[in-house]
Design a protein around this ligand. Sequence first.
Ligand code: ARG
Length: 458
Amino acid sequence: MAQLWGGRFQKQTDKAAYEFNASIRFDKRLYRQDIRGSIAHVTMLAKQGIIAVAEKDQIITALKGICEDIEKSVIVADEKYEDIHSLVEANLIERIGDVGKKLHTGRSRNDQVALDMRMYVRDEVDEVSGLLTKLLTTILRIMEENTDTYMPGFTHLQKAQPVTLAHHFGAYFEMFRRDNDRLKDIKMRMNQCPLGAGALAGTTYDLDREYTAKLLDFDGPGLNSMDCVSDRDYLIEFLGALSLIMMHLSRFSEEIIIWNSNEYRFIEIDDGFSTGSSIMPQKKNPDIAELVRGKTGRVYGALMALLTTMKGIPLAYNKDMQEDKELSFDAMDNTKACLLLFEGMLSTMTFNKDNMRKSAMGGFTNATDVADYLVRKGVPFRDAHSISGRLVITCIEKGICLDELSLDEYKKESECFEDDIYEAISLETCVNKRQTLGAPSPDSMKKVMERYREYLKA
Ligand code: ARG
């Protein structure tokens, strides 16, 4: 057991207690951040004359060697180390002896782990943002190709009014764009360096915290040492952002599952992104979309777990906070995997435009437009709504759609109907006339997509 704190103890830690306490199993992935933080720390210590320049150089060379050896698995991060900080320090002392023992001058594992985790999350924010950008690019590409792919828009999962595939996907562009902007916002707030806070009350050494913050690409040092070691808000914000991304991916997945069903057949998922059944030969299942939908729960779980962990913790550091890692790592890994796979599935799927169009033709999606037609002829909207409703009943009885109803039948309900009713309620008219900004007409969509292109360029 490589422990950093043996002095005060007269007995070995109980084996089960040691294992219960150890975090190396999951915090080993912080090795790069840990070593980078240590290099910045000793660079500052030497600049301040707290250690000699030659000592600093020796420590940095050894730290870089340790990093390489971890990468090459020459150093194995196993349970003989309590955590990643102990692993690095123990190996440093093994390599360069007493000089290595100076690394931890003016530092605690409390500010060290706060730093490591913050730097790790900062990189994760960038990675997630990259994946979101890729997804947004694919969504925009599909939108551009489908401004006149007609499909029904739904409310209550019942056909409501006709829209286009471009318009439907545009809603998801908005969601993922907000997610991406949220990440930028989190990054701006979290970019404060905790290093130099010590255990909780700073140190008596003359540390230059501005300098370490700069070396590690932070906007500046955190201004309260107790908060520096005990703040996990940024992580909760990030888990909140990941939860929203997953919620959006899950809704999108649900639609893909519905659209892929035998009843809808709006889309065909590429063979590369679907799976078969071990017993039913005809099956081609949307497992990726189902897994994305399913994994949403565990990401929410991580958010709820950390909120709950933090709610009763007195200042400053408490070991409960070690629980911030495992579930968060799981949430980050899974959200990234979901974004990656979802984009792959989306970019390879094909759209059955005929089925979408047929579906948009049924379900009386143009009933509102029949009412609007009458309004244009001077009928009050409430009356027009009622007339259109009665025409729908006639159609249901005859098993036809509004486009197929004879002019005689129309005139039975209102003398205002003329031959131009058919033009007025055609699928094309219904969509193309909806020209308000944000509506599905190809003209409106073109204006919106121009802004999306600019967003992605920026
Ligand atoms: N493994 C610990 C964590 O993740 C590191 C900090 C340990 N600090 C302490 N005072 N025991 O939180």
